[in-house]
Design a protein around this ligand. Structure first.
Ligand code: FAD
Length: 470
């Protein structure tokens, strides 16, 4: 039996099922040392994403212990940390699951070539996506810029079966020292919010799989017709688990596919949504500055307002536009926001308030527990106008008519807005427990008047667009 230990560098793949990197480490036969490294990229995460990552680590460390293994925690530059662990343990190989953002890729490339030069076996594995971004291209060998042809290109592809659950990881004879998760203060920036959002997160692989089963049992049949209604609970909620790799996209794909074959209405639509995530990563891989630059250069010089007091009212869920405020508060209370609501608040900020989409992108990055750099960047650029395959700028969502259509019984607004109600809901009240005390918000204060008239805001945005187009 091989005695040289293997390091398993976990980053966003906290699962035993369908985890190629873990399976490769396990089948090597040597003792496996799972490690998580708190590096500069972890440090740079937004408040909610960092806190939620801490929960993922905590939960996975427990799951490893149940299998007689451990998760070694270290802080520092990954190459330095891995070299130190190799020195301490005599490890001869390192495995990890690939990530596709530019800083992550640059880091991993450097680590891989340096360790290989040291004589260490290094292998990176797929698993965070269904289709690696460089494997999908147009007939001309170009990346796709429009979703529908991308979908047509991938929908018939053979997707390999899932890799079975790793049931055992051989423990080393002695474990390297681990830092303590508590010392990392992953939730420090959440302040009062952590206790509130904690009631709404769904952490860990078991929870993710149970969530998928419940969605397939109760909702996939009417997914297409109900997915746009924020109070319906008709979507899977799996974005949070996908972000941390607590479930693989392949597990979701195959489960959805089986339902489609069995004739479940809505299953194909669900698979198409899952492929929007793939498309986002395809774009983000080929245009890595999509979170900071207009994808269409002709948008440079557009008259966006920089951050401003209206944007601050937007962040605080105090615009006086109930659907917008409900959505912003949903994000603050639960750590996520319904997709339709994301589109509406993004349109309101970038059009009615004429504010630069990057202001909104950064706030989502700070508040979302399902923060995904590719989907967030694509979503903001899509709604604002400069993105590939974007909604045209003149398509301005009217939050009042959207509310009538997608929240006809006001359930969503009641769920998240307390002011002016005799018996506010628990979630609506919990918003006031989560926000910084310095905001001085009270459920007993009157609900604010609209900061912008919807018709005036729309006209101002369209005039700016006309001016810009010349
Ligand atoms: P379901 O409806 O159950 O869909 C299943 C899965 O498909 C999702 O979990 C997700 O992985 C994928 N998916 C669905 N819709 C989209 C979409 N429009 N774009 C990309 N993938 C999609 N999603 C994130 O995961 N993280 C983000 O940071 C993020 N930011 C966004 C910002 C804006 C402005 C917009 C408009 C959308 C953003 N999205 C983001 C996409 C989408 O809103 C969420 O993926 C979705 O709301 C997650 O809910 P769900 O898991 O219940 O989705």
């Amino acid at each position: 039996m091989r005695e040289t230990p293997v390091l398993l560098w976990l980053r966003r793949d906290f699962r035993f099922h369908d985890n190629a990197a873990m399976a490769a480490a396990a089948t090597s036969g040597g003792p496996v040392i799972p490690v998580f490294i708190h590096d500069a990229q972890v440090e740079a995460l937004g408040a909610a994403a960092k806190w939620r990552l801490g929960l993922a680590i905590e939960s996975f460390a427990r799951a490893l212990e149940e299998k007689g293994s451990r998760l070694v925690l270290r802080q520092g530059k990954p190459l330095t940390v891995l070299r130190a662990l190799i020195e301490e343990t005599g490890a001869g190989a390192v495995h990890w699951s690939r990530l596709y953002d530019k800083p992550g890729r640059d880091r991993d490339t450097e680590v891989k070539s340096a360790l290989k030069a040291d004589g260490i076996e290094v292998e990176s594995h797929p698993g965070h996506l269904l289709f690696e971004p460089w494997t999908v291209e147009t007939g001309q060998g170009e990346p796709y810029k429009v979703y529908s042809p991308y979908w047509r290109a991938v929908k018939g592809r053979e997707i390999a079966p899932e890799i079975g659950t790793v049931s055992e990881l051989r423990a080393p004879s002695s474990w390297p020292i681990s830092e303590k998760l508590g010392d990392w203060s992953m939730g420090a920036a959440m302040r009062r919010g952590a206790a509130v959002v904690a009631e709404h997160v769904h952490v860990g692989e078991k929870t993710a799989r149970a969530r998928l089963s419940a969605f397939l049992r109760d909702h996939i049949g009417h997914y297409k017709s109900e997915r746009d209604f924020p109070a319906s609970g008709a979507t899977s909620g799996l974005s949070e688990n996908l972000t941390y790799g607590e479930i693989s996209p392949r597990t979701i794909w195959h489960a959805g596919y089986r339902h489609m074959e069995e004739g479940a209405q809505g299953a194909e639509h669900f698979l198409k949504e899952l492929v929007w995530r793939e498309f986002a990563w395809h774009l983000f891989y080929h245009w890595p500055d999509m979170a900071s630059r207009n994808w269409r250069e002709e948008w440079n010089g557009f008259d966006w307002r920089p951050d401003n007091s209206d944007a601050e009212a937007w962040r605080r869920g105090m615009t006086g536009e109930p659907f917008v405020d409900a959505a912003m508060r949903e994000m603050y209370v639960t750590g996520t926001m319904h997709n339709r609501a994301r589109m509406i608040v993004a349109s309101y900020l970038t059009k009615h308030l004429m504010t630069d989409w990057r202001v909104g992108l950064r706030w989502f990055e700070e508040c979302l527990t399902d923060w995904d750099p590719a989907s967030n960047a694509m979503g903001w650029q899509w709604v604002a106008g400069p993105g590939p395959d974007a909604a045209p700028y003149f398509r301005v969502f009217n939050p009042a008519t959207q509310a009538e259509k997608f929240d006809p019984d006001q359930r969503y607004r009641r769920d998240f807005i307390a002011e002016g109600r005799a018996r506010p809901t628990k979630t609506a009240l919990s918003y006031f427990d989560a926000v910084p005390e310095s905001w001085a918000l009270s459920p007993n204060a009157p609900y604010p008047d609209p900061i912008v008239d919807l018709k005036d805001g729309r006209e101002r945005a369209l005039e700016a667009y006309q001016r810009h187009k010349g």
